[in-house]
Design a binder for this molecule. Structure first.
Ligand SMILES: [Ca+2]
Ligand SMILES: [Ca+2]
Length: 215
């Protein structure tokens, strides 16, 4: 099969699965400590279990495993699970590594994103996205404040239908350097509405206003 034909076939076949499944396996951590790997050491959640550096757990509240950590619910629903990490102080250490639950389309641009929060106010995490070991962001991304979920992301163009996705941390400090991760996603960037679609939406909104005035 020549390259053009292969690309066309992949594009056509890719449309349905892409719309149906556009995510990371257990990217919301609701299934617990499964579906991904980490260079950090897993500990069971519980009082003081996150005291040592370079450990993580999957739980519903960071404070339940370290008294100095934020009283923070998960990002997905507020009561679900997320990854809670006591940063290692080693450069570029892999926090999380996983794969998509759908096949990527070669040549398509995707967004690789995660919701992150510091759970201690000292020395925020310095996070790096990678695809197949290649860094996506030029400088590390740091959540601001403490106990506040923020979405960080980077874009890439797929060069393979299956790739390995990595989130690493390069914060060298041992004090603080404590953070949370939830809702890791790989998906096409949100489409920008076309002018025709926007006109229809505007007309619909206008109709709604008119109906309200009549009532
Ligand atoms: Ca979650
Ligand atoms: Ca720490």
């Amino acid at each position: 099969m020549n390259l053009r034909k292969r690309f066309f076939t992949a594009s056509v076949l890719g449309i349905a699965p892409l719309a149906a499944h556009a995510g990371i396996i257990n990217g919301d951590f609701e299934a617990g400590n499964t579906g991904f790997t980490s260079a950090y050491t897993y500990v069971n959640p519980g009082t003081d279990s996150l005291y040592p550096e370079s450990v993580y757990t999957i739980d519903t509240n960071a404070q339940a495993s370290h008294p100095a950590f934020s009283n923070l619910g998960d990002h997905t629903s507020g009561s679900g699970k997320y990854m809670i990490v006591n940063g290692s102080g080693a450069a570029d250490k892999t926090v999380w590594e996983g794969t998509t639950d759908f096949e990527l389309i070669i040549g398509q641009t995707y967004s690789f994103s995660a919701w992150v929060a510091n759970v201690h106010d000292a020395n925020p995490a310095q996070l790096q996205f990678k695809v197949d070991g290649v860094a996506l962001n030029a400088t590390p991304l740091s959540p601001t404040g403490v106990g506040q979920w923020q979405q960080i992301s980077a874009t890439f163009v797929a060069t393979s239908t299956t790739s390995l996705f990595t989130l690493s941390n390069s914060q060298l400090a041992l004090n603080g350097n404590d953070f949370a991760v939830d809702d890791i996603m790989v998906a096409p960037p949100a489409p920008v509405p076309e002018p025709a679609t926007m006109a229809v939406l505007a007309a619909g909104a206008l109709g709604l206003i008119r109906r309200r005035r009549r009532a």
